[in-house]
Design a protein around this ligand. Sequence first.
Ligand SMILES: C[S@@+](CC[C@H](N)C(=O)[O-])C[C@H]1O[C@@H](n2cnc3c(N)ncnc32)[C@H](O)[C@@H]1O
Length: 229
Amino acid sequence: MRHEQEPAKIQSMFNSIARRYDFLNHFFSFNIDALWRRKTVKAVSSKAPKLILDVAAGTMDLSIAFALKFPDADVIALDFACKMLNGGLHKLKTHQIFPVNGDGLALPFADNSVDVVSIAFGIRNFENLDRGLSGFYRVLKPGGTLLILEFTPNWNPLFNFYSGVFMPFVGRMISKDPDAYHYLHRSVKAFPTAEALKNRMENAGFSTVQYKKMTMGIAALHVGEKCSE
Ligand SMILES: C[S@@+](CC[C@H](N)C(=O)[O-])C[C@H]1O[C@@H](n2cnc3c(N)ncnc32)[C@H](O)[C@@H]1O
């Protein structure tokens, strides 16, 4: 485990930036993050999933997008940073979403119980990626889908200046944590490439794994299925 991936540190960092998280997210991404989340929701193959688990839900934008697309589904929005969930509560206009303060590496759900597991910009923070993937596999029903939306390592110099210099500078001024946006840059660089993540998903048992890079390869959406037995 890399020292900075310590769960307590990550949890406290997100709790401290929670109040400014939505603003900075949309500002830094020119609102493209909303488009990425829409594409994630569209990638669900099932017409009527009953239970969707959005892990590392943060301020719940992806959970809300699921609830809008699937009005008959229950959506569990799980995150270990309570203040991130609290920061999204005012956006909930439906009773379909259930915020749960919990650890994505120790999912408090039964085996084979969930139709869709999603995680957006969260898995990069896991202290153990493979343990996270195995947990997602365990709770998914056979035939269920895993969606991972995450940044991919990017070597474009312009992008590196933007994410490595500009974002930490502005992030330090606006959010309460001076290092949070530096951490974002470092953690993206240290994260597996899209192809490597696909292999890790397959090693965890997922089938038909595919990924699509988006917006000049800044982010990628991986989709995998737990095979029906
Ligand atoms: C960058 S935010 C993404 C939030 C949201 N999914 C989005 O798309 O805006 C990452 C979130 O992952 C959460 N997180 C990181 N590791 C976690 C873990 N082990 N269990 C639960 N939540 C975790 C953090 O608390 C934070 O809210």
